[in-house]
Design a binder for this molecule. Sequence first.
Ligand code: ADP
Ligand code: MG
Length: 760
Amino acid sequence: MKAHSGEVGVFVRIRPTANFSQDIIECLPDGQTVNIHHKKDTRKPLCPRKIQRSSWSFRLEGVLQDVSQEEVYTRVCRRVVLGALDGYNGTVLCFGQTGAGKTYTMTGSTESYKQRGIIPRAIQEVFQEVQKRTEHAFSVYLSYLEIYNETLVDLLASLQGSAHPSPRSMVISEEPGRGVFIRGLSLHPVHSEEEALNLLFEGEMNRVIGSHALNRNSSRSHCIFTLHLESRSRTLSDAKYVTSKLNLVDLAGSERLGKTGSEGQMFKEAMYINKSLSFLEQAILALADRRRDHVPFRQTKLTHALKDSLGGNCNTVLVANIYGEASQTEETLSTLRFASRMKCIRTNPAVNEHMDPAVQIKKLKKDVNRPSVPYDPLSEAQLAEIDSQVQRYLEGSLKEISIISVSQVRALFAKFKLAVQGQEQKVNARLRQTYNLGEEDQRADTPAVKEWDTRGSTEEDEAGSFEVSHKNTQRPSSTRAKTKKSKDKQSQSKRQGEESPVSKKRSDSASKPKLNSVQSPEREQELQEPDTESQEPQESQPNGKEPFHPDSTLTKAEAFDDFKMGRGSKLNRILQENKAVLLERHSLHRQLTDEVNAVKRQIDCTAATMQQYRETRGGQGRYSEPDDTLLNQLRELKALYRQRYEVLHDIKAEINYCQHLVDQCRVRLLSEFEKWYKKYSLVPEEDLETSMDNTLDQVSLPECDDNQLPPESSSSESFHNARYRMLRRRNTRSLCVTPEQRSSSSGSGQRTLPQIPPVS
Ligand code: ADP
Ligand code: MG
């Protein structure tokens, strides 16, 4: 499939604003054209009447105004993602001034599933396709690179134990067959959407923390999130495989140096940004000009890193983000000019196909050495020979049977099966004879079950004889030793968390008197003959004639308690931890609600005082405004109210996520328990189902006053999980950022960590 061929796809996305300048920005109904009508005031002090009026028209692939994140993804990125899965490199770039919505478009809001951007959606689509395309085996790797002031920063270095990424260790390299790559940039294998989202959020968090710690603005760096895909056919044992890179690029703010009026560090940043963006533009112009055979990619890190991802054999899409306010028209124009230049680049996407030399060599070797595999039916004589071989092998006179063909192996298996069945019948007949059992005593169980039953009886017998001898306080030492050993084993298995409800019941029954299971001494002796100690798995099984029923000694609830301490301990621990976090968030929520209400009461009180003030003064015939102190107080209270309310809102969102996780954990724990319980008990299914409700009751959480789940579909689960993990990590790591760093970087327009404002 050719995902996109011809030219670079260019879209304009307009950030919604209450002050949209309709008279300047005109979006035509064709959905592709945007006209700018600009009155440019070039008046200089000496020639006062010079006002330039101009209009520009830009025709692009699409103008995205008031469209959802989903639509943006579908129109802009979907085909690039599908192309990448077919082996075409793909790049989606967001370009525009700071605040125009590049990061919103690319990453979106990590707080809301619905407002997630292109990257999380691309990840979701990739893994959905990987699941669907069963005929191919995919490998997916991730990297997240930031280019800040011409320095390469690995945003995922923290996952490799390196707290501080060392920029010097990374270099942009190029190798035939591999294209451009960053030597030293960590590549992370991912196997699911959730794993990939964890990495994205980790990178986002490092971006934010980097901004705080280094006091820099994240919009002044370029970020390249790359999915590296490799796919191999499962059906053809081919040496061929395809690879592709999907680059999702959030470029630094494109505002001009003059406009920022920056100094010092900011000046340096703006210079680097200007330089890299103007080199990007130069590279784009060169790519668009077919007569030019040299494209200056190496001038900056950005163009060098994107060398094979801008034009050529790559599907490239640009989103030009603009801010539709009149004051930003100059920037809007310059962004749209860049976009229309980008449109001129011709692309010719091609699949990145490779040959795996190792597989090729292996295949050739196999072709040379492969023996013919005869599938022809065997003759009577051959079958007779196989029969005799099996006989001799079972008797021990033949040490080995040489494998000649597949047909011979099949025939051997068939003979062995017959031999086993014959033996079973013989054993059954002997047992029936020994115990004078008629046909009606036979159970329809498999021979394995019969053997198991017999051993089960041995244990029961021991329990019975123990009970009798215990009463007489004359328990035979050998039996005592065996019981002790058996108990030791049970306690050992319990320590390992592997004890089943059956074995628990067995250990209980071994120590409980059971008069009805006392056997005749002869039989007891006979049945004790086999080395029961070496039959550990059977030892803990119940007597087949008396099917195990947990209700008799161990209720399902008790079994569930057991499960939580043993096999399900890990899940249970996670559930408990999540519950603890949830409870903590709830108490924080309550505390904040109280505070917000207290502030609200103060506001009402102050407003009432002011009203009173006005009325009393009015009564004296003079209308007078309350003094500044009251007004200021009210203003401050309102600001405080808003601030607390926002934090409350954040905590509420966290509670929703936590609740979702707790529910998930609870369901998982129960389903694991049910599986385990069914496996180890012989209780009919319907009994289990009817008792399920009771079990559910027993593990249900204390009711939370606000436990609504997020309204999205179950496909949001990975997103919520990854985000929740990020929140936890962020809470831990935010401790590393000093309050000075935090306050010095606050107010710069970047996303801040949700903090609880100090209570004054
Ligand atoms: P940039 O990365 O270009 O500097 P951002 O993506 O950070 O800009 O956007 C700035 C602010 O505008 C953010 O608060 C973002 O949520 C908001 N924003 C941008 N585009 C949109 C949009 N299309 N819809 C809603 N909010 C948006
Ligand atoms: Mg940004």
